[in-house]
Design a protein around this ligand. Structure first.
Ligand SMILES: Cc1ncc(COP(=O)(O)O)c(C=O)c1O
Length: 403
């Protein structure tokens, strides 16, 4: 499939703002959605709308089988060993909260929790709350000068036998890629429970949770061409089964009396209440969309495009790049000299270019870079070289205006 055919599947891309065709470079915040995802959700609401798991009627049976089929798709998509290891949540944030809350009884006063210094707030704050509840101690895993995770410092921290190691697969702010398989292996040798935040990886690379060998892997549907409001928590069965549920109520029980409740088995035990049914079905369509593409070719093309973007920004002059490496994934972080990132973003927007500006939900990372914030341009399957060229031309005009 050529790029223009691929792009034509994304209705939002075919728009102009103030006479400028949209150049969408904010996929890391949320990806655009292909028509087949929108159609799948519409189809459910038009034809099959019913609650899952509950009723004897045909609509509910159809809704349930579509919902559960997505669990099977996801099992295969990330190579989990069994379907019960896939829990539907509302997003990466809820997935991490489910783990951090669920481990409360297993964490003791003084237990050590190591967190990637490049982590998104969603992979920091739930651990801080866990530490507050238990008396555990949080330590950040430092980065090197060039914004990679510092492996020597990590190994030194592992000597202290952490209980939990929380990593990102790809940094949302910088696009830097962690060698998660190697990091998880070291963490596990030290006896830690490992969680990998794959929110920024899942759309850009093949993820095999058994090969990474992490205990938990989490991501959001909306960053992988699927809808908002649905996410995934993968967990190794025995550990997942040991989590106390974050939410209790309907669906997650086997029997209830006023004296006591017996919880259901996985996966229902961790999916209390009516789940985001249409969104799960939309996520299934997003997986179909991704799997119909020539994956290796697409990933190679995205890397080439990102490198082209990094080089072009650098060649503009007066642009500072942060943690820009050739193996980065999906995003590039930058500032234009000392100009405020927000000013740059607004001026780009006036030419139809959508980038992200701010702290990118990674305030500790920004502090370590002595930044208040920065701009981030991020790409997806639909990004073209022409998009990058337009962005660079717009940056040149912003530079001329501001410097
Ligand atoms: C690396 C990373 N982790 C977690 C999140 C939170 O995802 P959500 O808001 O979908 O829960 C994001 C979203 O930007 C992210 O990029």
């Amino acid at each position: 499939m050529d790029l223009s055919t691929l792009r034509s599947q994304f209705p939002t891309l075919a728009q102009s703002n103030d006479g400028y065709p949209l150049c969408y470079l904010d996929t890391a915040a949320t990806s655009q959605k292909p028509q087949q995802v929108i159609d799948a959700m519409n189809h459910y609401y038009h034809h099959d709308n019913a609650n899952v798991h509950r009723a004897a009627h045909q609509l509910s049976a159809r809704a349930t089988s579509q919902y559960e089929a997505v669990r099977d798709k996801l099992r295969q998509f990330i190579n989990a060993s069994q379907r019960e290891e896939i829990i539907f949540t509302h997003g990466t944030t809820e997935s991490i909260n489910t783990v951090a809350n669920g481990l409360t009884a297993q964490i003791k006063q003084g237990s050590l929790i190591l967190i990637d210094s490049a982590a998104h707030h969603a992979n920091i704050v739930p651990w801080q709350e866990l530490a507050k509840r238990t008396g555990a101690i949080i330590k950040p895993i430092p980065l090197t000068q060039d914004c990679r995770l510092d492996i020597d410092a990590f190994e030194a921290l592992l000597q202290q036998k952490p209980a939990i190691v929380a990593l990102c697969h790809v940094s949302n702010a910088l696009g830097t890629l962690n060698p998660v398989k190697e990091l998880v292996s070291k963490a596990k040798q030290a006896g830690a429970i490992t969680l990998v935040d794959g929110a920024q990886a899942i759309a850009h690379m093949s993820v095999d949770v058994q090969s990474i060998d992490c205990d938990f892997y989490v991501f959001s549907g909306h960053k992988m061409y699927g809808p908002t409001g649905v996410g995934v928590l993968y967990g190794r069965f025995d550990l997942l089964d040991s989590l106390s549920p974050l939410m209790t109520g309907g669906e997650m029980i086997k029997t209830v009396s006023f004296e006591s409740t017996e919880f259901n088995q996985l996966p229902n035990r961790l999916e209390a209440g009516t789940p985001p049914i249409a969104e799960v079905i939309g996520l299934g369509a997003a997986i179909d969309f991704i799997q119909a593409l020539p994956t290796a070719q697409i990933h190679a093309k995205e890397r080439e495009l990102l490198n082209y973007l990094q080089d072009a920004l650098e060649n503009l002059g007066d642009v500072v790049l942060y943690g820009a490496h050739k193996d980065n994934v999906g995003a590039v972080a930058f500032n234009l000299a000392d100009e405020h990132h927000q000013d740059v973003g607004i001026l780009l927007d006036q030419q139809g270019i959508a980038v992200r500006c701010g702290h990118h939900c990674a305030m500790p990372l920004m502090q370590s870079l002595s930044l208040k914030g920065c701009c981030r341009a991020s790409i997806g399957v639909y990004t073209s070289k022409a998009d990058i060229d337009r962005f660079i031309a717009a940056m040149a005009s912003v530079k001329e205006l501001l410097l």
